[in-house]
Ligand binder design. Structure first.
Ligand code: XIL
Length: 353
């Protein structure tokens, strides 16, 4: 009897041991298909070089996206701390990482009034010397990344809100009203193959700014000034601007024979500050919004679809949180680097669902 009990105990232990050595992990959650594998155009992400040391970031970015924009490092202030002084390191890191992942690189941005180094802002020489220095900057940067960068935002945000007037930037002040045409030509001279973009926000809903941008394009085309595309930043909310105004602006670019880049897409879900957490309903609304925007983009003729770039990878790192001072969840990945419903909206649009 004792032997029988002993045997049962041993058997029980064995079977318990056997059970505990069996895999106990929950079944792996299936990851959605990577956007880069489904899309017929480049799908990009803006990253900062400091994120390259985080494996979850690099894994998700490389798996999902086929194009990279430097969120900060290729702007003038970080790139050049003095006349003829260049700080390539962070930009180079991003470029070599992207190349290793088989991602194309979009250069952003040669001239932007918000990223002007002190030596440019306080330039001591004549206007002619100023222009020579800017020309040298553009030539040096474009030539350096000739083999890697397929496209540059040559000028970012040159027009004022509402009036659509040429922004009174240091570039306009020192080089005059026709500076845009000349800097596009300098970029073209530095690399005959790179695609040249004008990039801005508000063109979809600000009628005067839109008119100024399109007038600039028409003027360039009538004078033979090189331009290949227009970047619409697309910092939208889940309701604004209406899809029809996004479509109308994209169509205006297409009829001019240029490429469209939705260059800095993010979708605010908390523009009025009524949320403290991302609710399922708002997340769903964001998903629909992303789906609609991507679907509208896909309706453009293939040769005009330059690409869509998300302005950041994960929600808590979005520039919008600091910029607007509200909690926000504007991107495709959450704080744990997991795909959100917005990601599925993007994917479903690519799949025509
Ligand atoms: C922002 C970046 O996201 C920030 O990290 C940086 O400090 C400032 O610039 N329009 C643009 C982008 O064209 O370059 C801006 O990016 C966001 C608005």
């Amino acid at each position: 009897m004792i032997r029988l009990v002993w045997c049962l105990v041993v058997l029980g232990m064995l079977s318990f041991g056997c059970k505990s050595s069996a895999p106990t992990e929950p079944p792996a959650v299936e990851q959605p298909a990577p956007l880069r594998e489904v899309a017929s155009f480049p799908v990009g992400v803006a990253l900062q070089a400091r994120r390259l040391s985080s494996a979850p970031h690099t894994r998700a970015a490389a798996r999902t996206f086929s194009s990279l924009t430097a969120e900060y490092e290729m702007k003038m202030r970080p790139l050049s701390s003095g006349q003829g002084v260049y700080n390539w390191e962070a930009a180079d890191d991003l470029v070599s990482w992207a190349r290793a992942q088989g991602m194309q690189i979009h250069g952003h941005a040669l001239l932007w009034h918000e990223s002007v180094p002190a030596w440019v802002e306080n330039f001591g020489g004549s206007d002619h010397e100023f222009e020579e220095a800017i020309k040298e900057y553009i030539t040096t940067v474009v030539e350096r990344y000739k083999d890697d960068v397929v496209s540059w935002d040559v000028v970012n945000e040159a027009f004022d809100n509402n009036s659509g007037a040429l922004r009174n930037s240091v570039f306009q002040k020192r080089m005059g009203d026709d500076y845009l045409a000349r800097v596009f030509q300098y970029a073209r001279d530095a690399d005959p193959d790179v695609l040249l973009f004008y990039n801005d926000y508000g063109a979809t809903y600000d009628a005067n700014k839109r008119r100024s941008i399109l007038r600039m394009v028409d003027d360039f085309q009538s004078r033979g000034i090189p331009i290949d595309g227009v970047g619409l930043q697309a910092h939208v909310t889940y309701t604004f601007p209406p899809l029809t105004s996004i479509q109308a602006m994209m169509d205006s670019i297409v009829v001019r024979g240029l490429k469209v880049h939705l260059s800095e897409l993010d979708v605010r879900v908390n523009p009025n500050g009524d949320l403290t957490t991302l609710t399922p309903a708002r997340s769903q609304a964001q998903k629909e919004r992303v789906r609609n925007i991507v679907t509208a983009f896909m309706a453009l003729p293939q040769e005009h679809r330059f690409g869509i770039t998300m302005w950041g990878l994960i929600d808590p790192e979005s520039w919008l949180i600091e910029f607007w001072g509200n909690p926000e969840w504007p991107l495709l990945f959450d704080a744990n680097v997991q795909e959100k419903p917005a990601y599925d909206g993007f994917l479903e649009a690519l799949q025509g669902r």
